[in-house]
Design a protein around this ligand. Structure first.
Ligand SMILES: [Zn+2]
Length: 409
């Protein structure tokens, strides 16, 4: 294969769909399987880009919705695009903003968390009955109208406008606007939303092609990944993988509801990845628990992003192989006089320099340095785990490594 090929499979696991690959972007290569750090507002909370480089993180994902609202894509483009603006010079993705439009808008009112819901009727009437600051979503074939969570101003995302925003932001990998459905939606609704997502994908693709290699944008060499939807329903999910997979995107992301249990998620992946082009990268949106990483890699996923590892860190939960669920909570009493590092084998800034007792003290005292140290540790843990997974695939022993981790938890 030529060195300039954007995606190249290096090893295949003989016992599963797992593979190792090299994903080449305009800002460097990603060796996969890889964890993608969540830098929602062009920043991984509490950690500056140079520390991310030091701990070995390869790629980050930022959020189109949040950056559109603040500071705005025009400002970021004027300042040279996301890479130059943030100082993170490595590979970068942006998501479409679709998930945030739906989850921060309507789902909040249902009290169901990561759920997308639609309120097609009179939002002026509804607004009177809702606390100030909550936005609503109005969904049409054209796009999604919503209100800014910052100032309540009306906004509209269309497949075309989101591509333009993402071109101005300048990440290496971008995705089209999609509609995220929730596990509570029935199959009929999920199918209608999926079909609309497919039409939006065509429109996004056309808008992207019009602007492809346009030197006026900060990063002319972007890749566009298609997003597979279809919820946790077999027929729509398989159909979405086939339709989106046939559109010739540079890579593929798997989005939307993955069901209500791990078993359902595994089935969704089994319906999806075999229907996507083998020679393109596959990203799983929003999944990152340790057992999920193994399960998804074995089902042919190359990259993942998940906010949980960094959010857990800020709440005092740090990863440790062999602890229950591979993590310990430093807030708890047993660590008050524990002079050991979190993990003597880790080698991160926190583990090289500080004891569990000191870190626990920082956490309980609300010291800001705790957020930075714990986040660095959790990211470093995932970086090392993904490197171990890549070696295991290369050596044909992924199943053994997965068993070792599952038995240790
Ligand atoms: Zn560490």
């Amino acid at each position: 294969m030529s060195a300039s090929q954007p995606f190249e499979i290096v090893h295949r696991d003989p016992h599963s769909l797992a593979r190792t690959s090299v994903l080449r972007t305009a800002h460097g290569t990603v060796r996969t399987p890889a964890f993608v750090g969540v830098a929602t507002r062009a920043s991984i909370k509490a950690v500056e880009p140079s520390a991310l480089v030091d701990l070995g993180l390869q790629i980050v994902i930022s959020n189109t919705y949040h950056l559109h609202l603040r500071p705005g894509e025009e400002t970021i483009a004027e300042l040279g695009g996301l890479h130059r603006f943030s100082g993170w010079t490595g590979p970068t993705m942006t998501d479409s903003g679709g998930f945030q439009v739906f989850s921060l808008g309507a789902a909040k009112e249902h009290g169901v968390g990561k759920v997308a819901s639609i309120f097609p009727d009179d939002d002026a009437r509804r607004r009177k009955t809702r606390p100030k600051g909550q936005s609503l979503v109005r969904l049409t074939e054209e796009g999604a109208a919503f209100r800014s969570i910052i100032d309540g101003s009306p906004r509209m995302f269309t497949p075309e406008s989101v591509i333009r925003i993402e071109r101005l932001l300048g990440a290496d990998i971008i995705v089209p606007l999609d509609e995220c459905t929730s596990p509570l939606h029935d199959e009929a609704y999920t199918r209608r939303a999926m079909e609309r997502t497919h039409r939006w994908a065509e429109r996004a693709r056309a808008a992207f092609d019009l602007l492809r290699n346009d030197p006026t944008f900060p990063n002319p060499d972007q890749m566009l990944f298609g997003i597979v939807q279809g919820g946790a329903y077999e027929k729509p999910r398989k159909e979405s993988a086939r339709v989106i997979g046939g559109m010739g995107f540079d890579g593929y992301a798997i989005g939307g509801s993955l069901g209500r249990s791990k078993a359902e998620m595994h089935r969704v992946l089994e319906w999806t990845t075999p229907r996507l082009p083998e020679d393109r990268s596959r990203h799983l949106l929003g999944i990152g628990e340790i057992e999920d990483l193994f399960a998804a890699v074995a089902r042919g996923i190359d990259t993942f992003d998940c906010a949980a590892p960094t959010r857990l860190a800020r709440n005092g939960s740090v990863f440790l192989k062999g602890a229950p669920r591979h993590r310990i909570n430093l807030r708890t009493a047993p660590f008050a006089r524990d002079d050991r590092p979190i993990d003597p084998d880790c080698g991160c800034l926190a583990c090289r320099n500080h004891s569990r007792a000191y870190l626990r003290h920082l956490c309980r005292a609300g010291e800001l340095s705790f957020h930075r140290l714990a986040t660095i540790h959790n990211l470093r843990f995932l970086v090392r785990l993904m490197a171990d997974i890549r070696s295991a695939i290369a050596e044909g022993r992924l199943a053994d490594l997965a068993r070792e981790w599952n038995e240790a938890a």
